[in-house]
Design a binder for this molecule. Structure first.
Ligand SMILES: O=CC(=O)O
Length: 327
């Protein structure tokens, strides 16, 4: 009996959790990339030939070259991520290929980490660790290592989609005073009421936030938006948290703002570039806490994301709308 399956799917990641792609197996032959990025482009170009769908990931860009190598039968692409900046979206659209992504699967894990970064930056975890490492633990002064209070604070969100709202939900337990948000479109009244959140203009967000959380995608409008001019409009006690994309922040300007204590601290899961070199000047500062873009690096989240990406491509292959379309 022939075991030929109607579709071929390329998994362009080396280590997608197998249980996340199990559902593809009934209908699809699975081709898996074996070599690690960034050196696996030749392998991808080779293996994608004749593929009907691809689960895309990593740093490399899925662009015309990859699509040409695949051939005209390619019907569906899904990332296992929220951001789709590793895909040439106009090129896919031009060819009428649907793109899926998996933002909803990431929300909880990223929101948890955001709260962690907020606390770590506000309460000076990085500096505290360095004090211990350098035998500078001061037991004699009451004003040593004082941090910022979260209770009764104003938390501002630049971007108030799924991740922002999940952070807001978690922060409800911290007795904060109010939440402000800046987005292009107002969220529903129901959501505003649930979080006691108010839409404000960018200037107000900067001036009034004690904690300012960037949870928005990288776009032409957000590229480099958080620069020296912006930091100069923030409170000196403000804590900035970025879980969006590194390039939303002008990192040289952030370095200066932190070094001069123009703002109090920053907690960053995203940087520019990534990986951030270990000799980057940002890492010399006490008042920045960094994590290596691990917002959604939890076991369950990876499986969920792979599962949704698989379901997206199965829908695309069936000519149906994807469960989580990126456009
Ligand atoms: O940053 C993570 C993602 O966009 O999935």
């Amino acid at each position: 009996m022939s075991t030929t399956k109607p579709f071929k799917v390329l998994i362009a990641h080396t280590d997608v959790p197998p249980e996340g792609i199990e559902i593809l197996k009934e209908q699809c032959e699975i081709l898996q990339v074996i070599n690690e990025p960034p050196k696996n482009r030749p392998e991808i170009l080779e293996k994608i030939r004749g593929a009907h769908a691809v689960i895309w990931g990593g740093r490399d860009i899925l662009n015309a070259e990859i699509l040409d190598a695949a051939g005209p039968q390619l019907k569906a692409v899904s990332t296992m991520s929220s951001g789709i900046n590793n895909v040439d979206v106009p090129e896919l659209k031009k060819r009428g290929i649907p793109l899926g992504s998996t933002p909803a699967m990431l929300t909880v894990a990223v929101a948890d980490l955001t709260v962690g970064l907020l606390i770590a930056a506000a309460r000076r975890f990085q500096e505290g660790r360095r004090k211990i490492d350098s035998d500078k633990w001061d037991k004699d002064h009451l004003n040593w290592m004082l941090g910022q209070d979260i209770r009764d604070s104003t938390v501002g969100f630049y971007g108030f989609g799924g991740i922002g709202q999940a952070v807001a939900k978690r922060l409800m337990g911290f007795d904060i005073k109010r939440m402000l948000y800046t987005t292009r479109n107002r969220v529903s009244q129901d959501i505003e009421e649930r979080f006691n959140a108010k839409k404000v203009d960018f200037e107000t967000l900067l001036a009034e936030s004690d904690f300012l959380i960037i949870a928005s995608p990288l776009t032409k409008e957000t590229l480099g938006l958080f620069n020296a001019t912006v930091f100069n409009k923030m409170k000196e006690t403000a804590v900035l948290v970025n879980v969006g994309r590194g390039k939303i922040v002008n990192q040289d300007d952030l370095y200066e703002a932190l070094k001069s204590n123009r703002i109090f601290a920053a907690g960053l899961d995203v940087m520019d570039p990534e990986p951030l070199p270990s000799n980057d000047k940002l890492l010399t500062l006490d008042n920045v806490v960094v994590t290596p873009h691990v917002g959604y690096a939890t076991r369950r989240t990876r499986v969920d994301a792979a599962n949704l990406a698989s379901r997206n491509v199965l829908k695309g292959l069936a000519g149906e709308p994807m469960l989580s379309p990126a456009y």
